[in-house]
Design a protein around this ligand. Structure first.
Ligand code: A2P
Length: 355
């Protein structure tokens, strides 16, 4: 044990020396003792939300249950779910099998795009509650700022509106079925519009955030309006995309300095600015690492400045219906072609979230 510790210290020192050799001086983290970080964020309501949760997007049925189990065993108390992920029933089974009391776990789910009319919103929530095996959600988000006709993909519903959907969610908060409501994938203009009519203000905006897409202005806008920001795909979707964040030289060098994994550097980068992260993993060792290691070090100002150079505005979740304002012309052309193709494919595959 002692030998391992000594080896880790030695490796850190060696990595630090190598890092300094390739960077300007003073890039090392300050030697000042680190005060322990709060591991939870206090929402405007006073409720606590753990800064690190488990993402379940693209966690396949068959493995997501054991990931949730491993995560709860490791001390994770924040699960991020959605009807559209089509795995909530398995998350529910893992929750039922766990001895962790329900009230200790912060559970988020999301309302899909074709459930916008009041009766459909209520029915969708009931289905999610029943799949998860709980009688309330800590947080329920509008998944995307779009209004589709029921059971359709991208077919607008002129009789429904996000405003009416929000008002229905407010009533469900009043009824005690949801503790907080919020949004996902909203840009600044969309959040502003929501704030103009919300009786119950959104507690959270969940958006794609990682060093290649820091969205600093949107994060500041939300935080200055008491809206907590949650980062999805905080690892740039790992090695699933060409994001290359886990192998980015700036990230790996900083990781080596602190003797931690590149994933922990990416997670630390978000939590250090008060942003909640929900890394997806189905691998127990990674789940444990993602939960603990980001608390073992602090990024210095110089390291943050180095990380800022990684920003190139790359998005890894930009479906045809997204309303992001930072598309390039090439994206627009690509999207309009993809929209036609995707509508057909989705219509056939049908996101059957009603099960
Ligand atoms: P896996 O689920 O096989 O463990 P994001 O949260 O940005 O969408 O990234 C999710 C991807 O990153 C998944 O493919 C996941 O793989 C991988 N991943 C999660 N945690 C780590 C980690 N600590 N180190 C490396 N890859 C990770």
């Amino acid at each position: 044990m002692r030998l391992l510790k000594t080896r880790r210290v030695f490796l850190r020192a060696a990595a630090a020396a190598a890092f300094v050799g390739t960077q300007t001086p003073n890039l090392l983290a300050s030697a000042a003792p680190m005060t322990p970080d709060a591991r939870e964020l206090t929402l405007a309501s006073g409720a606590k939300m753990p800064l690190i949760g488990l993402g379940t997007w693209e966690a396949d049925p068959g493995v997501v249950g054991s990931a949730v189990q491993a995560s709860l065993d490791a001390g994770c108390r924040h699960l991020d779910c959605a009807a559209a992920y089509r795995n909530e029933h398995e998350v529910g089974e893992a929750l039922a099998a766990s001895s962790v009391p329900r009230k200790e776990i912060f559970i988020t789910s999301k309302l899909w795009n074709d459930r916008r009319r009041p009766a459909d919103v209520e029915a969708a929530l009931e289905k999610t509650l029943s799949r998860l095996g709980t009688d309330y959600l800590d947080l329920y988000l509008i998944h995307w700022p779009v209004v589709w006709a029921k059971d359709s993909v991208m077919k607008p519903d002129a009789q429904a509106s996000l405003r009416e959907t929000w008002q229905t969610l407010e009533k469900l908060v009043d009824a005690g079925k949801i503790k907080h409501i919020g949004v996902s994938n909203y840009n600044e203009a969309e959040v502003k519009e929501l704030l103009s009519y919300a009786r119950i203000r959104p507690a959270v905006n969940q958006i794609e955030l990682h060093p290649r897409l820091p969205q600093t202005q949107l994060v500041k806008y939300c935080q200055s309006n008491d809206i907590c920001v949650t980062a999805y795909s905080p690892l740039g979707r790992g090695s699933k995309t060409k994001a290359g964040l886990l192998t980015n030289p700036t990230v790996t060098r900083i990781a080596a300095v602190h003797g931690v994994s590149p994933a922990s550097v990416l997670l630390r980068w978000n939590v250090q600015r008060g942003v909640v992260v929900i890394p997806k993993s189905v691998t127990p060792a990674r789940i444990r690492q993602n939960l603990e290691e980001p608390w073992s070090f602090r990024l210095s100002d110089q390291e943050l400045a180095a990380m800022a150079t990684v920003d190139d505005g790359a998005r890894f979740c930009s479906p045809p219906w997204s309303t992001f304002g930072d598309r390039t012309r090439r994206d627009d052309i690509f999207t309009s072609c993809l929209t036609r193709l995707a509508s057909g494919i989705f219509a056939v595959a049908s996101l059957d979230i009603t099960k």
